[in-house]
Design a protein around this ligand. Structure first.
Ligand SMILES: [Zn+2]
Length: 408
């Protein structure tokens, strides 16, 4: 299932979550006819916050564990059909015109802006057919969590217009891009925009499930009333994520697009990495697995950091971007910075795979170089509830070696 899995802390009763259903239905009904997903998401944030203020929406969030359902419900093809519309909407270009993400640029965005450096970094992991593995759980596939995608389709979204594509990212897209605040801030900006897009799309698709009759027919058919309620609860987590990312981008852009002093970048230089990615990830645990911010809090906003892969010459990098005035993400980054590079190498998969739906893996590495432990680390990292550093003793993935850590 997409979205948060609620197996942390004390369990909250189903009744308590179900009380959120009515206000969330109202949110869904009010945004379903809005064509622009960003506008729909912003309206959803406003309405949900109003309910929260009036005490009519719980300040916690969570979703039903798959154990809450009778056997066979989650895997039922009708339930999968509902999930499939969400999964497909995230990956397929939409039939509406988006405006460029650059502030004050009114041009139409192209359908496929690449979020990861176009030729350079993806080409380090493609196989002979120019394909990469994408980590995601698609409802059409039973157990295969790795999906092969052509790299030209990997990690694209309707982000920027033709002109901004070439002007905004020309330096960062160069073969020997200098690793400076100017280049990494642009890539981090693009990564947050990308994740914001995905959260807005999912929010809108979930709203359709909640407001249209289909899910209720499936619920009646399978005698499982929780189906639409469950989608509403996931929608609530998407409202929270969208709210945070939208505000972050706004402050990032006001802060000279990430060049203002409070925006910091932790750069890890690697000899090689069999995965690349870009996106924004919530931070809930510190290195010692102490809880820094509860995944249940609907309103927390300082617990996100962003990451991007980057290539310059023969060197590969993973960059984490964060706002220094944000207490929670800063705390984790500070801990990372003080860590031995070997341990950082061991923690990297958990950091980027957990909670990120936008990491790409080398098929050649997976099929010919990775051993059982490597595969276990990747799978475990992907399926864990929120990024947690749980197995340093297994060491890094084969070939992954952080050789230098510095801050920009
Ligand atoms: Zn533009």
């Amino acid at each position: 299932m997409f979205g948060y899995r609620d197996s942390l802390e004390r369990p909250v009763s189903i009744e308590r979550y179900a009380e959120d259903f009515l206000p969330l239905c109202d949110v869904a009904n009010k945004i379903e006819a809005i064509a622009d997903p960003y506008e729909a998401a912003r309206v959803a944030v406003r309405i949900a916050d109003r309910y929260l203020k009036k005490g009519q929406l719980h300040p916690e969030m969570g979703v039903f564990s798959t154990d809450s359902y009778d056997d066979g419900v989650v895997g039922h093809h009708k339930v999968r059909g509902l999930e499939r519309t969400v999964a497909n909407a995230l990956e397929k270009p939409r039939n509406i015109n988006f405006t460029c993400c650059t502030p004050r640029c009114e041009n139409a965005a192209i359908k496929k802006s690449h979020v990861i450096q176009r030729n350079k970094i993806l080409s380090t992991i493609v196989d002979k057919s120019n394909a990469v593995f994408q980590t995601k759980v698609h409802p059409d596939e039973d157990l295969e969590f790795l999906q092969k995608v052509g790299w030209k389709n990997a990690s694209t979204f309707p982000g920027f217009c033709e002109s901004c594509e070439s002007t905004q990212f020309s330096e960062a897209e160069q073969k020997n891009a200098a690793v400076t605040r100017e280049t990494v801030s642009k890539l981090i900006w693009r990564a947050i925009c990308f994740t914001r897009y995905r959260r807005a799309i999912e929010l809108q698709e979930r709203a359709k499930i909640v407001s249209e009759p289909k899910a209720y027919d499936v619920a009646k058919n399978l005698e499982e009333p929780l189906i639409p309620v469950s989608s509403a609860l996931i929608m609530k987590t998407r409202i929270a994520a969208f709210r945070t990312l939208d505000r972050w981008i706004e402050s990032f852009e006001r802060g000279h697009c990430g060049l203002a002093e409070r925006f910091r970048y932790l750069v890890l230089e690697l000899e090689y990495a069999p995965f690349v990615g870009a996106g924004a990830i919530p931070v809930h645990f510190d290195i010692s697995r102490n809880l820094l911010s509860s995944p249940r809090k609907f309103s927390s906003s300082d617990n996100y950091m962003s990451f991007t892969s980057l290539c310059s010459g023969e060197k590969q990098y993973v960059v984490f971007g964060y706002d220094k005035s944000h207490r929670i993400s800063s705390k984790l980054i500070e801990q990372l910075r003080r860590l031995d590079p070997h341990l950082i190498s061991a923690y990297l998969p958990q950091l980027v795979f957990a909670n990120s739906d936008t990491v790409y893996l080398s098929p050649t590495w997976w099929e010919t170089e990775a051993d059982e432990v490597d595969k276990h680390i990747v799978l475990h990292s992907f399926f864990m509830n929120f990024a947690q550093m749980v197995f340093p003793w297994w060491g890094p993935l084969k070939g992954v070696n952080v050789v230098n850590v510095f801050q920009l």
